[in-house]
Ligand binder design. Structure first.
Ligand code: NAD
Length: 493
């Protein structure tokens, strides 16, 4: 293990990982490549971390948890989070560029996330000094005082997907710093670079050694040992439902706490009275943003039959107008898919849609002309004539594909919208206040957006119903996920 300065030692295109305040290589010495999905170019190699590296990182996180970090007062953790937020603000362009080159996010969209990400850090900073237990009157004989304490759960293993590396990292690390936990973060093997940059900036801001560790590697080699590890007190996971089920099984060894942000197949209901000027672009971007690689994608679009044909027509015109290309161009609205594998997966759904009888209205193909040839680009796609049983209407595609489904009554729309194993999010477009309230009550989803979509705020809980997971990110509940409650009784008579 070599000791190096805080700033990442970038040797050519190689980036080490961060354990216990040191930039280190994998114990195996192995590395893997990460590519720019817009160009296919290899942009870096990173360590291929495995079980031994996870051991090392968990030990570093435990030492920090019981050591110097445990003596940080809430106001000191608050100051640290505020310093991190300020440093992130100064390095925001570097962070955005990292997300754009490593996972394809259009830079304009990355820049637009500033308030959300910096807001999260500042929200957690505020919450660091707002954690408290309660004094509770009891009915016991004698004079016994009873109260609760909120204590950090300990070492948190955080496992994240590729589609939003900055926000996902901050959503996991921010509450850990606010509550006094320590973290071992395992980024996606598809997009490991921004989490390494984040670790670097956190160290620069003064996060003590071992409080935040980043182990790069695959799910099987680094993620699974982290999920199983008996020295990890909690796993916070964002990713697919299938992997989430494996995480729950892996957690059984020490019954560690788990919170899961999983997949979705979210419905959007466009009522006959909707304001189409607003509904068309918002419904379109509910899926096309980030090339459909968004867990909350409103990919099942239920449209009132009386406006269905007009809506689909306007939607397809909008889809065809989107500027597709390398996200580093500030004019780009739609970037590439993360990998060749994801491209092939989405192409499989495009074929399935046509084979099962859906009508392709626009898109439906890979884009490979000119500068797009080396990247993983798919045209924003709209299918009409979709039935509820088709694969494109049931399975999470994670690509820029919308299925339009007409409906006749609101009862029918709600029943069909809820007929899915998922329950992450739902959208409604209506001008009628009663409909807005009724549908927001009846839709089985962790977030319901009316006349908007993608509204996510650090103060408002976000998470899934049903197989979209459990636990919440955002709001006081989020901090609660990183805390244990202890009941204390003291006899004073
Ligand atoms: P994924 O489940 O394949 O991988 C997610 C992470 O888990 C990666 O870091 C991966 O290396 C790791 N992993 C894989 N196998 C593992 C194992 N056996 N043990 C431990 N870790 C393992 O998901 P993905 O393909 O990277 O991301 C797309 C999925 O993430 C979609 O289903 C999407 O809906 C979901 N997602 C959900 C949210 C949310 O907030 N609900 C947000 C973003 C993405």
């Amino acid at each position: 293990m070599t000791i190096v300065p805080i700033r990442q030692p970038i040797d050519g295109r190689h980036r080490p990982m961060f354990i216990g305040g040191l930039w280190v290589e994998a114990a195996s010495g192995q590395t893997f490549e990460t590519r720019n999905p817009a160009t296919g170019e290899i942009i870096a190699t990173v360590p291929r971390g495995g079980r031994q590296d996870i051991e090392r990182a968990v030990a570093a996180a435990r030492n920090a948890f019981v050591g110097p970090w445990s003596r940080f007062k809430p106001h000191e953790r608050q100051k640290l989070l505020l310093r991190i937020a300020d440093l992130f603000e100064r390095h925001w362009e570097e962070i955005c560029t990292s997300d754009t080159t490593d996972m394809g996010l259009p830079i304009a969209r990355a820049r637009g996330n500033a308030n959300r990400v910096l807001g999260m850090l500042r929200y957690y900073a505020g919450m660091a000094t707002a954690l408290h237990g309660e004094t509770i009157e009891n009915s016991l004989p004698g004079d016994i005082v009873s109260f609760t304490r909120k204590e950090p759960v300990g070492v948190v293993g955080a496992i994240i997907p590729w589609n939003a590396p900055t926000a996902a990292s901050i959503w996991k690390i921010g509450p850990a710093l606010a509550t006094g936990c320590t973290v071992v973060l395992k980024p996606s093997e598809e997009a490991p670079l921004t989490p390494l940059l984040i670790a670097e900036l956190m160290a620069e801001a003064g996060v003590p050694d071992g409080v935040v560790n980043v182990v790069t590697g695959t799910g099987a080699e680094a993620g699974a040992p982290l999920a199983e590890h008996l020295g990890v007190d909690k796993i916070v996971f964002t990713g697919s439902t299938l992997t989430g089920q494996g995480i729950v099984r892996a957690s059984a060894g020490n019954l560690k706490r788990v919170s899961l942000e999983l997949g979705g197949k979210s419905p959007v209901i466009v009522c006959a009275d909707a304001d189409l000027e607003r509904a068309v672009p918002v419904a379109a971007m509910s899926v096309f943003a980030n090339s459909g690689q968004i867990c909350i994608a409103g990919s099942r679009l239920f449209v009132a039959r009386s406006i269905h044909d007009e809506f689909v027509e306007r939607l397809s015109v909008y889809a065809a107008s989107l500027r597709i290309g390398n996200g580093i161009d500030p004019e780009t609205e739609i970037g590439p898919l993360i990998s060749q594998r994801q491209l092939e997966r989405v192409e499989g759904y495009l074929r399935a849609g046509s084979e099962e009888g859906a009508r392709l209205v626009t898109g439906g193909t890979r884009l490979s002309q000119g500068a797009l040839a080396a990247g993983n680009f798919i045209a924003p796609t709209v299918f009409a004539g979709v039935s509820d049983t088709m694969r494109i209407a049931r399975e999470e595609i994670f690509g820029p594909v919308i299925s339009a489904l007409p409906f006749d009554t609101l009862d029918e729309a709600v029943r069909r919208a809820n007929d899915t194993p998922y329950g992450l999010a739902a959208g409604v477009f209506t001008r009628d206040l009663a409909t807005a309230h009724q549908l927001s009550r009846r839709l089985q989803a962790g977030s319901v957006w009316v006349n908007t979509y993608h509204a996510i705020d650090p103060a408002v809980p976000f998470g899934g119903y049903k197989m979209s997971g459990y636990g919440r990110e955002g709001g006081g509940e989020h901090l609660g996920e990183y805390l244990s409650t202890k009941g204390v009784f003291i006899r004073i008579d």
